[in-house]
Design a binder for this molecule. Structure first.
Ligand code: HBI
Ligand code: FE
Length: 296
């Protein structure tokens, strides 16, 4: 039962005061967005929809259209919540940025998706490291309209709360699953490779790279293999994992992960660019342009 969050402090930002609540929830200060903020949204939205034609999952594009996101100005969370709530019971809540993992998992477990309330500056339009409103709203939110993916995200949140109680290794295993599916996942749709991961769909460069570059590996989804695989947060991915459907993703998260964590505990992590003999290899990458320093 979600209780209304308690206002705890006013956060000073360059746009005045934004009230921050106990669970990290802030109200979307829609009236404080500048013309530049709205123009940044409109530019990124138009550019990405152009890049994603023929590259993004049809289910992603249909879901984004069904949400009725305004392409010309930053959408109001409350308008999107009316549509999203009816479709799958999910709710967008504004946040300041990355949340402590347990807070993040608790939101997902209660069908609340945290969306950063601010958007990047015009001079950051091509890249920003931390997730801003465009990454969250354009990238993550549309698929919450898809009932199967919406169930997966809630199951993931519940799994995260449990993993947090088990320990750091379990949490690391689960974070890798999020990274290689929700953030950087590919899907096979009607026999063709398509993008659904938010980190890719919100990046023009990585949308092209993930689909067309010879450099990265593309490997069939394997839950435990993914949970062991390191990743990079500072460059395009060295490896992308491909699911056959969102149902496959949901089925993979049905079992209790506790015995899986126990099995993985003694096994070494797999470097981000490595290909295993047991992998279902769709494309073995050339490794061209890969950073040569260690993976995280
Ligand atoms: N917080 N607001 C926000 N958004 C995220 O995507 C997010 C987070 N905190 C932690 C986190 N993601 C990752 O560690 C996930 O793998 C859990
Ligand atoms: Fe993200």
């Amino acid at each position: 039962m979600s209780t209304a969050p308690r206002r705890v402090e006013n956060l000073h930002t360059d746009k005045g005061k934004v009230p921050v609540y106990a669970t990290g929830i802030v109200e979307q200060p829609w009236d404080d967005y500048s013309a530049a903020d709205h123009a940044t949204w409109a530019t990124l939205y138009a550019r990405q929809r152009g890049v994603l034609a023929g590259r993004a999952s049809a289910q992603f594009l249909q879901a984004q259209d069904a949400m009725g996101m305004n392409p010309r100005a930053i959408p109001r969370f409350r308008d999107l919540n009316a549509v999203l709530g009816r479709a799958t019971g999910w709710e967008l809540v504004g946040v300041e940025g990355l949340l402590p993992e347990l807070d993040f998992f608790d939101h997902l477990a209660n069908r609340r998706f945290p969306v950063t309330w601010w958007i990047r500056r015009p001079d950051q339009i091509d890249y920003i490291e931390e997730p801003d409103l465009f990454h969250d709203l354009f990238g993550h939110v549309p698929l919450l309209m898809n009932p199967v993916f919406a169930d997966y995200m809630q199951a993931y949140g519940r799994g995260g709360v449990k993993a947090h109680g088990i320990g750091p290794e379990a949490l690391q295993n689960l974070t890798r699953l999020y990274w290689y599916t929700v953030e950087f996942g590919l899907i096979r749709e009607a026999g063709a490779l398509r993008i659904y991961g938010a980190g890719i769909v919100s990046s023009s460069g990585e949308s092209v790279y993930a689909m067309e570059s010879a450099a990265p590996n593309r490997i069939g989804f394997d839950l435990e293999r993914i949970m062991r695989t390191r990743y990079r947060i500072d460059s395009y991915q060295k490896t992308y994992f491909v699911i056959d459907s969102f149902a496959q993703l949901m089925d993979a998260t049905r079992p209790d992960f506790t015995p899986i964590y126990a099995r993985l505990a003694g096994q070494p992590a797999i470097p981000a660019g490595e290909v295993l003999d047991t992998d279902r290899v769709l494309h073995r990458g050339t490794g061209e342009g890969w950073p040569d320093d260690a993976d995280t």
